[in-house]
Design a protein around this ligand. Structure first.
Ligand code: NDP
Length: 343
């Protein structure tokens, strides 16, 4: 067993896009678990867009990481020492132990993963938080009906790829929006969406009209920005908009963007078209976790839901990978391989 642990801490709060110098790699001795605690060896670190929010101060649904604090993050890890009767050495667990090779955590926050059921990385991907976000946001708020049109952006990513495939399972048409021809090809040819448009195409609005001749009934909002501008005029009366993420704006500097106040036009559209816009955070639907695991595991087993992972190697690669994730450099669920499955 290595006697040293490494971690990445928040060195500075980013101004706009995060930079490598906003992070710092530190080393220290392996921590020792106290009563009711376990020592974890990280195998997979999940990188997710919400981490950008944790790097900044300001009102949000969760507290920011302190300067000097370990970057937050979901992990798949092996228990290498245990002072808890619930976990034994060798157990593989889902944790929230952050950007570090080892961590001492309270055993109460852990969930055991059965490596026989699916690759363990899926516990932070299609069978984990992003999959659950797609499942609950789409089915509880979007409520797609057979024959309806569902649009989702970041369509090759962890959440968006699942949204479109679940929409198809429910009998709806799925239209993806993604960055570039390769991602769009994957979304239609591999994932089976009915069409996919490039959000960098200057004719996005016209292409969207063509791809959605009967309008849009559900828009699963992952990005905001120009995509939302193109979608809003195409929403049908009584359309539903699960507001899941606004990644196009995560690096925006604080304060309102310059330009005219568009809130009145938006509110008029909400009224006239009787739209439902509802923001949600995946944990709002924690009660549905059992339903999610049952349905999603079955769909993955049956090949009805496919997923793609985008892996970088080693803890030191995490900052660059995270900076890339916010710009669409990832192609699939962004993961960092921190250590081997078995040592
Ligand atoms: P992805 O794997 O989809 O990666 C992020 C993708 O966002 C990039 O690959 C890029 O794809 C796209 N993107 C970045 N900037 C822009 C832009 N300006 N315009 C359009 N697309 C852009 O990430 P996730 O699937 O993990 O997350 C997707 C969204 O869901 C995020 O907004 C995230 O914050 C949100 N989320 C919300 C949760 C909740 O509880 N509400 C939980 C989990 C995620 P491309 O190359 O195609 O542009």
């Amino acid at each position: 067993m290595s006697s040293e642990s490494q971690r990445i801490v928040l060195a500075a709060r980013p101004v706009g896009e995060p930079k490598a110098t906003d992070f710092r790699l530190e080393s220290g001795p392996l921590p020792t678990p106290g009563e009711g605690q376990v020592l974890l060896r990280t195998i997979w670190l999940s990188l997710d867009p919400y981490m950008r929010g944790r790097m900044s101060e300001g009102p949000s649904y969760a507290a920011p990481v302190e300067i000097g604090g370990v970057m937050e993050g979901g992990t798949v890890a092996e228990v290498i020492a245990s002072n808890s009767d619930k976990f034994s050495k060798g157990d593989i667990v889902l944790a929230h132990s952050g950007w570090q090779t080892h961590a001492v955590v309270d055993a109460r926050g852990l969930r055991k993963i059965d490596p026989a059921l699916a690759p363990i990385s899926t516990a932070v991907g299609v069978l984990g938080m992003p999959g659950m976000t797609a499942y609950t946001g789409l089915l509880e708020i979007g409520k797609p009906q057979p024959g309806e049109t569902v649009v989702v952006a970041a369509a090759s990513g962890a959440v968006g790829s699942a949204v479109g495939q679940i929409a198809r399972i429910k009998g709806a048409r799925a239209i993806g929006i993604a960055g570039g021809a390769d991602k769009c090809r994957y979304v239609t040819e591999e994932l089976g969406f009915d069409a996919c448009l490039d959000h960098r195409d200057p004719d996005l609005a016209a292409k969207l009209k063509e791809a959605c001749p009967k309008g849009i009934d559900v828009y699963f909002e992952n990005v905001g920005g120009k995509v939302w501008d193109a979608v809003l005029p195409r929403l049908n009366p009584f359309a539903r908009v699960p507001v899941c993420g606004l990644i196009a704006d995560y690096n925006a500097l604080t304060g309102d963007a310059p330009g005219p106040n568009r809130a009145p036009a938006l509110m008029r559209a909400v009224l006239v078209k009787r739209l439902t816009l509802r923001g949600f955070i995946v944990r709002d639907f924690a009660a549905l976790h059992g339903d999610f695991l049952r349905d999603m595991s079955q769909w993955v087993r049956e090949g009805k839901i496919k997923y793609r992972e985008f892996v970088t190697e080693g803890l030191a690669s995490a900052p660059e990978a995270f900076i890339g994730l916010l710009k669409g450099k990832n192609f699939g669920k962004q993961l960092v391989r921190i250590g081997p499955d078995k040592v």
